[in-house]
Design a protein around this ligand. Structure first.
Ligand SMILES: C[S@@+](CC[C@H](N)C(=O)[O-])C[C@H]1O[C@@H](n2cnc3c(N)ncnc32)[C@H](O)[C@@H]1O
Length: 348
């Protein structure tokens, strides 16, 4: 990222007062949260009107000279892109080291990396295919896009048979070429399967059927290149959340977005990985979260707005945000639901 050319200014949006859907609960609040986070760096041409080398290599340089932030390149259940405007209220005003124990589609990482280009990020997830795909986007973006073009062409001519042929190639491992091969498989399946789900069986094999869109866009070139730049220098590891939160130090910031605790017995999707994420995991997460807070890490966690979660995190600040989510089991009907944001952020 262009750290040298960056010039910070405060965000006009950040100065606005809270909307009703962002209000903290009417509970005693122990700390005030600062509302401003720095706006993205500006990338302006040199005096001769040209961009310097570093600036030229930045994707998404817009006409007015502001670089746009990368977006998630996968569809991911529970993605946070729609909540970022509400989350801006809660993010710290500076971040040096950033941890995301449940990275998923990475919407929060891309958002924060754009605002804090110098932050050192540690992205973790239990899903090895997902972390491999981040690696491929970071290190081999052009090879990856070439392979995706081949998948797109084959899918166009062979249709569903090709989807199931690619789906059957489980457990590809090995050299650099395999990194690209696995990542291209994941993006292809994610964009062509039913509802963009990533669901695996007990053998860790992807098992979602083909979707109805027979000509989906598999990627956006500018966005892949922007994501690749954003991921430059990012530490990517397949890792369980317990270990990740235990690695945080005083002053680090972690955004914690676990599979949500179900609002009802049948409502929520928690099968991202072959291990289930139930009440026991939620309690263990609370324990490592509380321990990291005690050591001085700055923390923010999302979860469903349920009595169980509110009780578990009763010693922290609990705020409410509104998300647009699928409200029936086949995902075809959407409505607004409350979700909680738990923080221990102090006034900086
Ligand atoms: C709610 S999603 C994260 C969504 C993400 N923040 C986004 O914007 O797309 C939860 C993620 O937790 C991961 N996960 C599930 N169990 C885990 C565990 N024990 N340790 C680490 N990650 C886990 C899943 O693979 C999934 O990517």
């Amino acid at each position: 990222m262009s750290e040298k050319s960056g010039r910070k200014r405060s965000s006009p949006k950040a100065a606005s007062s809270k909307r009703p859907d962002q209000r903290s609960d009417p509970k005693p609040v122990r700390y005030k949260i600062r509302r401003k986070i720095p706006a993205p760096s500006l990338h302006k041409p040199e005096a001769n009107g040209r961009f310097n080398d570093e600036q030229v290599s930045i994707p998404f340089v817009l006409a007015r000279g502001v670089s746009r932030e990368a977006q998630p390149f996968l569809k991911w259940v529970g993605g946070k892109a729609q909540l970022l405007a509400q989350f801006d209220e809660f993010f710290p005003t500076e971040i040096t080291r950033y941890f995301e124990p449940f990275s998923g589609g990475g919407a929060v990482f891309f958002h924060l990396k754009h605002r804090f280009p110098k932050m050192k990020a540690f992205l973790r997830d239990i899903n090895p295919e997902l972390i491999n795909t981040y690696l491929a986007v970071r290190d081999f973006p052009h090879e990856l896009m070439r392979r995706l073009d081949e998948h797109a062409a084959e899918f166009k001519t062979k249709g569903d048979d090709y989807f199931y042929f690619v789906r059957a190639q489980h457990h590809l491992t090995g050299d650099d070429r395999k990194i690209v091969e696995r990542a291209a498989r994941m993006i292809f399946l994610n964009k062509t399967c039913f509802n963009g789900l990533w669901r695996v069986n007990a053998r860790d094999e992807f098992n979602v059927p083909v979707g109805s869109n027979k000509n989906p866009g598999l990627y956006n070139e500018e966005n892949i290149l922007a994501a690749s730049r954003a991921l430059d220098g990012v530490d990517l590891v397949v890792q369980d959340f317990r270990k990740t939160l235990n690695q945080t130090r005083p002053g680090d910031f972690a955004y914690v977005d676990p599979p949500y605790y179900p609002v009802s017995a049948t409502a929520s999707f928690t099968s991202y990985a072959k291990e289930d994420f139930g009440e026991g995991e939620q309690r263990e997460l609370h324990a490592v979260f509380a321990e990291a807070a005690r050591r001085g890490a700055r923390l923010m966690l999302s979860n469903s707005d349920t009595p169980f979660i509110r009780k578990l995190y009763r010693d922290f600040q609990i705020h409410t945000v509104q998300a647009r989510r699928a409200i029936n089991c086949d995902g075809s009907k959407r409505g607004h639901v409350n979700e909680v944001v738990v923080t221990n952020l102090t006034n900086e």
